[in-house]
Ligand binder design. Structure first.
Ligand SMILES: NC(=O)c1ccc[n+]([C@@H]2O[C@H](COP(=O)([O-])OP(=O)(O)OC[C@H]3O[C@@H](n4cnc5c(N)ncnc54)[C@H](O)[C@@H]3O)[C@@H](O)[C@H]2O)c1
Length: 327
């Protein structure tokens, strides 16, 4: 494989930093654009001395910057985004603006210089869809605009529309990936991410707070598996102009996740149920289940997740014990 110059927006974030590490490991030159809003410099510290890495602390919505940087790269990964239920509920203006404005600017520059773009979207786009597993061509079922949490899903759906519109109009190579819950070392607990919150609390001996009944189920995929899919995506011509799910199909209830964290850490922490209203205010919507159909990922990318949930939890616990994880 030839050495490439790759631009990663959001590269100082959780998934972005793992992607940057993998790109450097295969010999690429990498430029990160990150405003460090939810990301951290510490996420890149272990690769900071690599001369093939450049980090620009700035917003991906800065048009002039993107116009300057995109032409010098062969490929763009666009991960910069407002992320996390807590942040989405507390800062709805920032959520909508960050997501859509940055994507607009990144895609416009990529279109002008015809650079392929991988866009990270989310399983939230499926909304309340009752059909499981979620397939990329399923209808999306959004909640009302009066419920703030839907702002994230709608803004990400608009990102997808815009990316696919560029593909339709000019055949700009775009790859849209819908990530399901992704977890692993370096994920921050600050913005409503459940696994790092549970692990931190378990290690500190504090109660693990499970929202709602705890019977809602999710599938958690190890970030290393997700990165493997992200690396393969732009290599596959048949994936251009397509939406592709990446995630795990191993379901667990949130209460079950809490129990596993307690068991795997050997913690004495109790598990407490907290009503959604207490956590997020009135009118919070949550989905009961979210499972990806992986047919496209398998047939187009030859991709399937490899890491079992218990191993993923162990990896997160180890990273917290080693003091690396997301302060
Ligand atoms: N982690 C998951 O479970 C998950 C699930 C679905 C989708 N995603 C998507 O994956 C991508 C990465 O998410 P993550 O979990 O690594 O979150 P993260 O918060 O760790 O990473 C996002 C990064 O983008 C940066 N950023 C935000 N706004 C920016 C802007 N305007 N300009 C430049 N940088 C900006 C942040 O500082 C951060 O480093 C996001 O697009 C997110 O929507 C993540």
């Amino acid at each position: 494989m030839t050495t490439r110059r790759v631009l990663v927006t959001g590269g100082a974030g959780f998934i972005g930093s793992h992607l940057v590490e993998a790109l450097l490991a295969r010999g690429d030159h990498v430029t990160v654009i990150d405003d460090l809003s939810t990301g951290r410099w510490a996420n890149l510290e272990h690769v900071a001395a690599d001369p093939r890495l450049r980090v620009i602390v700035a917003s991906a919505a800065e048009r002039d910057l993107l116009e300057r940087e995109v032409p010098g790269h062969d490929l763009v990964y666009h991960l910069a985004s407002a992320v996390g239920v807590r942040l989405v509920v507390d800062q709805p203006v920032r959520t909508v603006e960050t997501i859509f404005l940055a994507t607009h600017v990144v895609l416009a520059a990529a279109a002008r210089y015809r650079r392929p773009v991988v866009l990270t979207s989310t399983s939230e786009v499926y909304g309340n869809s009752p059909r499981l597993p979620f397939r990329e061509d399923d209808d999306v079922v959004m909640g009302p605009t009066e419920k703030r949490r839907w702002a994230y899903a709608c803004a990400k759906a608009l990102d997808e529309f815009l990316a696919l519109a560029h593909f339709t109009e000019t055949r700009l190579p775009v790859f849209v990936v819908r990530l399901f819950n992704t977890v692993g070392p370096r994920q921050s607990p600050h913005y409503g991410m459940v696994l790092p919150s549970f692990v931190r609390r378990a290690l500190e001996g504090r109660p693990l707070e499970v929202y709602g009944t705890g019977e809602q189920r999710r599938c958690f995929c190890h970030v290393a598996d997700v990165v493997e899919g992200l690396l393969r995506l732009p290599e596959v011509e048949a994936a251009r102009g397509k939406v592709i799910n990446l995630g795990s199909q191993e379901e667990v209830t949130i209460r079950g996740l809490a129990e596993r964290v307690v068991a795997l850490t050997g913690s004495a922490s109790p598990i407490e149920l907290v009503p959604y209203e207490a956590a997020y205010g009135q009118g919070f919507d949550d989905m009961q289940r979210r499972v990806p159909d992986l047919g496209r990922a398998e047939s187009l990318l030859g991709w399937a997740p490899r890491t079992r949930l218990d191993d993923t939890i162990r990896a997160v616990v180890e990273s917290w014990r080693a003091g690396q994880a997301g302060a």
